[in-house]
Ligand binder design. Sequence first.
Ligand SMILES: N[C@@H](CCC(=O)N[C@@H](CS)C(=O)NCC(=O)O)C(=O)O
Length: 312
Amino acid sequence: MLVDGKWTKSWDPYQKTSNDGSFVRQISSFRHWITPTGDTGFVAEKDRYHLFVSYVCPWACRTLMVRRLKQLEDYISVSVVEPFLTDEGWNFGSYPGADDVDPFHGFKYIHQLYTHADALYTGRATVPVLWDKKLNTIVNNESADIIEMLNTAFNHLTNNQLNLRPKDKLTELLDLNDFIYQEINNGVYKAGFAQSQNAYQRAYENLFSALDVLDEKLSHSSYLLGEKISEADIRLFVTLVRFDVAYYSLFKCNKKHIGEYEHLSAFIDKIIHIPGIKETINIDHIKTGYYSVKALNPTGIVPVGPELAVAI
Ligand SMILES: N[C@@H](CCC(=O)N[C@@H](CS)C(=O)NCC(=O)O)C(=O)O
């Protein structure tokens, strides 16, 4: 991580651990907001913004999904890092599907973007990073903010009417978002990076009861809030699509494959077939990336399987 703008030590996957050995995620620190009027200093305009992502990362990929669903390709360009976490964190390079170098400064590492934006930055250099090409700085590094912002900030320019945060269902959506974040998105990490048997077992049990709840919910409707796709679906999807490939074995979330859940697997299939969504998923990067975490997989061997129930 960075301390006062200096890269301190080799990359380590453990963000923070609480006293009982549970995994704790860092709070994001760049929280600017793009708006139609630019009252915040960041106005919505064509070709001004850029997303730095890793296909490995569910948080980054949810921003890619929303960019596609909201037809923002001409407004927000994208760079992809290599799937491995190096001793200096995410880097650009020649791995297939990645970009060689940061296109604006020629940086090799994502952490250089952070120190460019704040020379004394302290914290982890995470993806996604939403970059402002005009002001040459980070707008926001919190994917929850980014997807919320992309849902509305550019609508007057794109005329895209899809609303992933319907006002009439906002309370239900926020409750679902919270549940999905706690029990599923972060739930798999709590199991995978637990540092005590108790913390792991608690995470495992909570995760699979939450999956049961959502599988049941999806037996009544196409999407979590009914017949229209919402933010909650995107949040759920990014974890489900990585589950059988990475979390099941590497994170020891091995009670069931998602392929064994009738409604969750139909849900994955439905979302994958939305035009453009397949391009936001790169199974090779996901597998290579997760299995490159030495703390969890010291040999670095990447499994060949599994054969996925839903073809991607
Ligand atoms: N709160 C952030 C979390 C992002 C995050 O944890 N990204 C991971 C990849 S999945 C990362 O970049 N980790 C690098 C590190 O921790 O050094 C968000 O949702 O945007």
